[in-house]
Design a protein around this ligand. Structure first.
Ligand SMILES: [Zn+2]
Length: 94
């Protein structure tokens, strides 16, 4: 009975370790995405318009739509496309 209980515990620990590894990889990816976005935004002139920043993010492969903002984009996104077409150019004041 004790061996059985230990076996169950070991199985649970194994599953938790797998989940932890999955989460760790996910966090790593988010950190990389975040670093990429920061680099893009920092590389841009601060006086460029909000739309230019969004376009730069979009071109770099990120969503700029409110539904998936900041997530990596696998292909075209109708929400992003409509946002980038519709948002009027505006200049941010520093
Ligand atoms: Zn999108």
């Amino acid at each position: 009975m004790l061996a059985e209980a230990i076996g169950e515990l070991e199985e649970k620990i194994r599953i938790m370790a797998e989940e932890l590894e999955t989460i760790r990889r996910y966090v790593e990816r988010l950190e990389q995405d975040n670093a990429s976005m920061e680099a893009i935004i920092r590389g841009k002139n601060l006086r460029t318009s909000g739309k230019a920043n969004l376009l730069a993010l979009f071109d770099a492969g990120f969503h700029v739509c409110s539904a998936h903002f900041g997530e990596t984009r696998d292909g075209d996104c109708l929400f992003c496309a409509s946002l980038l077409d519709k948002e009027p150019l505006r200049h941010e004041e520093e």
